[in-house]
Design a protein. Sequence first.
Length: 329
Amino acid sequence: MSILEVKELKAYYSTEKYGHIYRVRAVDGVSFQVHKNEIYGIAGESGCGKSTLLKAVSGLIKPPLEILEGEVAYNFDDKILDILALKEDKQRRQVRGVRISHIPQGSMSVLNPVRRIKKSFEDIVDAHQKIKDRTCFDKMVKTHLEALGLDWSVMHAFPHQLSGGMRQRITIALATILKPDIIFADEPTTALDVIVQRGVVQLIKQIKKEQQNTLIMVTHDLAIHANLCDRLAIMYAGKIVEEADVDIIFNQPKHPYTLMLLKSLPTIGDKSIRASAPGAPPSLIHVPSGCRFHPRCPEATERCRKETPELIQVGEGHRVACFLEEGSK
Ligand code: SF4
C-alpha cells in the first residue's frame, strides 16, 4: 500500500536578474510512490534537485520556491490528504510534526542557539498536544530520550554545549517525539565524522523499527543508501532517471548515470584509482535539450540530444529513463 503518491511534480525557484525572471527547474516532472513502512532513498549529485523535491513533497514551500504542476497525495488511515491543497500557515503546520516530520541538514538549523534543548521539545509538543501536567511532558520526553540512548541532562544544555553528533541525535529525537507516520531526512549525516555517521544511521534504523514509520532519505552518500534503504531513486538535473530495489541499483544498474556514480565508489581491497564522474551537473536554469544527461553520457546519440526519454518499466519495480532500455522488458 502506498502512503505517498507524487505525480508529475514541478517545483521551480523564480529569480529576477536585471529585470528578467529566471526559473530554476529544480524538480521537473517527478512521479513516484512510497510504500508504507519502507525506507525510500533519493540519491544524486549536489544540485540535482533532491532536497527541493523533499521540501515540495513535505509541504515546505516558501518563495522563491513555487509549485507549477503536479499532485502530492498522502494516504493516512485510508484518508487521502492533498498537501498542496492545504493553506501554508495553519493547515500544513498541523500535519507536520504529527503525520509528517522532517530531519533537516545541519542540527543548528533546528536548534535555537539561545534556548535550552528543553524549550525546543516544548515548542514541538505544545504545538500539537495539550499536555497540562508538566510531569507528563517530562515523562514522555524522558522515555523517548532514553529509547534513543540520550540522557535527560541534555534538556538543560544549550546547543553549543553539545557535540555535533549529540545535536544531530537530538534533532532526530525532536523529529520523532510525536511518532510521525512519515519522516523526511535531508542529508542527516552531512558534516559528521564516519563513526558518528554510523551511530546516526543506526539510530534512524532503530526508530523506524520501533515506531513503524515510513522514511524518505535524501543523501548523495550511496553507502548510506546501501546500508539503510529498501528502494532507491537516482535523480539527475531535476528528474528521476532510475528507480529500483537497492540491490538492483547496486548489482544491475541500467542508466549510464547510475553506472557512472557506482564506478566512482571505492571498493574494499581494490587499490586502483577510482574514476570521478566526468563533467558537472548542468545549470537548472538552462537545462540541456533532450536527455539532460547527454553532454556527459558516453552512449549519447543524435536522438538523445533532441528527445527526452520517459521513465519506463524495465523489470519488476525497476524504472529507467534511457533510450537504450526501450524494448528491454
Ligand atoms: Fe545516455 Fe541517451 Fe540514455 Fe540519455 S538517453 S542516458 S544520453 S544513452
